[in-house]
Ligand binder design. Structure first.
Ligand code: HEM
Length: 371
């Protein structure tokens, strides 16, 4: 389970190292804040927040970087590399690339004047990336709300999350080919390649939403079609109006939605039809050339079957009831009893681990390559 205390013992200096490197990077080039925030979004919406976005192509594998929304568009990889190198020195092989990116996204917002939240940690880095998953995961800048919303819903996010997170477009720039709004964009009208997403591209404020509201009957003045689409949906428009008039409400919802986005993982899928969690089954096993009867008793735990009836602890088997007789196991039983999401998440992780015998994910030493 993700936790804000995940590195408290294993790498207590992690957040300080990340934040001070980020302050220096943003001081050198303030435009990196927007690019790094976007990197986290592009990581989380494709296969979950697992640093799959960082993987370079190899001879056997084409990663996400060359997919249309990312190609010649994503920036900031060198900032992550610098931070990763520092963390490897301080706490070798401990802090995952995906966790670094989650903290960097938060710092990007804070250093641009936006809200602060406590970042949850504990992600592991993927062992694969998939170019085609990028288009399946990411929303299209020419979509309307009916096209955008399913991309958020498929990772467990709501319309409210979508409108709040779109406020990320209060910082940064985009290629002029994407410009659809009515507001004249000085750089684009000077035939430059990129224009600012709003009038204050280094400041995390609520200008983005003010631009979307009609001022003179000319239509919304967002940059992308997907920005302007928000005011053409009644439900989204209500939120745009709230955020445009109340920056505090925008900041509060952004905080909540960023934490939620940081929790997106393929292994936390909630789309299971039978009511339980769903995960991506990994394939590649081979079938055995032998079987051995005695290995069964050696391998499987003993349920102590003479007590195989409902006893006073309510579980069926002695092995079930024994879980509450160990303090450590009892703690987990209590967490899972109260919180089905935590149970589903850990159950999923452990199922995959069981199939792989301990090789699920990793903490990459270099964010661009699997170890
Ligand atoms: C609603 C769906 C979204 C669509 C269709 C979309 C699309 C785009 C596009 C096309 C660009 C310009 C890319 C380029 O010119 O190369 C862009 C830039 C950007 N996006 Fe989004 N985006 C969406 C949601 C988000 C979210 C959820 C975030 C973060 C919370 C975000 C953060 C950014 C930032 C900060 C930039 C500027 C990047 C820079 O200056 O380097 N976007 N987005």
């Amino acid at each position: 389970m993700l936790s804000t205390e995940f590195y408290d013992t294993s790498c207590p200096e992690a957040e300080t190292i990340i934040s001070s490197a980020m302050s220096q990077a943003i001081k050198r080039d303030p435009t990196l804040a927007a690019s790094l925030l976007r990197l986290h979004f592009h990581d989380c919406f494709v296969q979950g927040c697992d640093a799959s976005v960082f993987l370079d192509d190899t001879r056997n594998h084409v990663g996400e970087k060359s997919a249309a929304p990312n190609f010649q568009s994503l920036r900031g990889f060198d900032v992550i590399d610098t931070i990763k190198a520092e963390l490897e020195k301080a706490c070798p092989h401990t802090v995952s690339c995906s966790d670094i990116l989650a903290a960097v996204a938060r710092d990007s917002v804070v250093l641009s004047g936006g809200p602060k939240w406590n970042v949850e940690f504990g992600r592991r880095d993927s062992l694969m990336a998939n170019k085609t998953a990028v288009l399946e995961g990411l929303p299209n800048p020419n979509s309307d709300v009916a096209g955008l919303l399913p991309k958020f819903e498929q990772v467990g996010m709501s319309l409210r999350d979508m409108v709040a997170l779109s406020g990320g477009h209060t910082i940064g720039s985009a290629k002029c080919v994407f410009l659809k709004g009515q507001r004249p964009n000085s750089s684009c009208s000077r035939n430059e390649s990129h224009g600012s997403l709003d009038q204050t591209p280094k400041l995390f404020d609520n200008n983005y939403y003010l631009n979307l509201l009609e001022k003179n009957g000319n239509g919304p003045e967002g940059f992308l079609e997907s920005d302007n689409a928000l005011v053409r949906s009644t439900l989204a428009l209500e939120l745009v109006q709230i955020y445009a008039t109340n920056a505090t409400a925008f900041f509060a919802d952004l905080r909540t939605s960023m934490i939620k986005m940081g929790r997106v993982a393929p292994l936390l899928g909630s789309k299971g039809e039978s009511g339980g969690p769903k995960w991506n089954v990994e394939f590649g096993r081979r079938d055995s050339l032998m079987a051995n009867k005695t290995a069964v008793l050696e391998g499987l735990p003993n349920p102590n079957s003479d007590i195989a009836e409902k006893n006073k602890n309510g579980g069926f088997l002695e092995s079930d009831n024994s879980l509450v007789k160990s303090t450590l196991a009892l703690e987990l039983v209590q967490v899972y009893a109260k919180n089905a999401t935590a149970f589903f998440s850990d159950f999923t992780t452990s199922m995959i681990k069981m199939a792989l015998l301990g090789s699920e994910g990793e903490v990459r030493i270099n964010c661009h390559r699997m170890n």
